[in-house]
Design a protein. Structure first.
Length: 271
């Protein structure tokens, strides 16, 4: 009959502890100050970019008057440098949407004006979806942890319901612009919706609205005189814009929710 050996047990214990220590050493080191400093840097960069945008009045370039004044120059550049024009347009659209800056509606009109209704809609979709994803990820990285820590229990039923029906809910929010586009981007980042579902729902849901604005921009770009304002294509473009503005009211009537025009005083912000 063998008796237990204390030295053997101590050796086994030492070996186990050494393996555990080695495993811990092999894991990536997470600094408690790393995430905070990273969030601070990202927030500072975003704040600086937004500040530069308004300090230098860059929003003055995103107006219909500026587009009309530089119409020929823009068309010439788009015709001679198609790839560069498309890449620049998508990049600018992504930055404007990602930083939640004003001007997406004008950019959508410009997309139709420069590239046509269908191609313009495609470029707008790329820029808007990329920018919306950037805003989504920024909100999730900067604010989601704090929101869940502070309001986790209260938000749990909403989080679970949103996670189960995230795709259909997001598609509805994109198709029916009940809330501003940038607000949906930021709030979605605070939920537990998967990134893939968010991107797919955004890309699909903004197609109709983007096409309406791109079509309107294409028709506005063809106006050379006041007489052409009454052309059938221009009238159709304005009619589609008017119908798009009525979609939120129709949706509330259909779902039985009372319309509250006092909460919205302008045409819904749409990419």
């Amino acid at each position: 009959m063998k008796t237990p050996c204390a030295a053997c047990h101590s050796d086994v214990g030492a070996t186990g502890h050494s393996k555990q220590a080695a495993l811990q050493d092999s894991l990536p080191f997470e600094s408690t100050t790393g995430p905070r400093s990273g969030k601070f840097i990202i927030a500072a960069v975003i704040g600086l970019a937004v500040g530069v945008f308004f300090w230098f009045d860059l929003d003055a370039y995103l107006t219909l008057e500026t587009v009309k004044a530089n119409r020929d120059r823009l068309l010439t550049f788009a015709d001679e440098h198609r790839a560069a024009a498309a890449a620049s347009f998508i990049a600018v659209y992504s930055l404007v949407t990602g930083l939640s800056l004003p001007g997406a509606t004008i950019l959508t009109l410009v997309g139709g004006f420069l590239f046509g209704s269908v191609t313009g809609t495609f470029f707008v979709n790329l820029g808007a979806t990329s920018g919306a994803t950037l805003a989504f990820l920024t909100a999730r990285y900067l604010l989601r942890g704090w929101v869940e820590q502070k309001f986790g229990e209260k938000l749990r039923p909403i989080q679970e319901g949103f996670a189960k029906n995230a795709f259909s809910y997001l598609v509805t929010l994109r198709l029916v612009p009940l809330f501003p586009f940038f607000l949906v981007n930021l709030v979605s980042g605070l939920t537990r919706v998967r990134l893939g579902s968010y991107v797919a729902a955004t890309a699909l849901g903004i197609i109709p609205g983007s096409f309406v604005y791109a079509y309107a921009g294409r028709q506005l770009g063809t106006i050379n005189s006041l007489k052409e304002i009454a052309s059938p294509n221009v009238i159709l473009a304005f009619t589609l814009l008017g119908l798009l503005a009525l979609v939120p009211i129709a949706y509330k009537r259909y779902t039985g929710k009372p319309a509250q025009p006092g909460l919205r005083t302008e045409v819904p912000f749409h990419p």
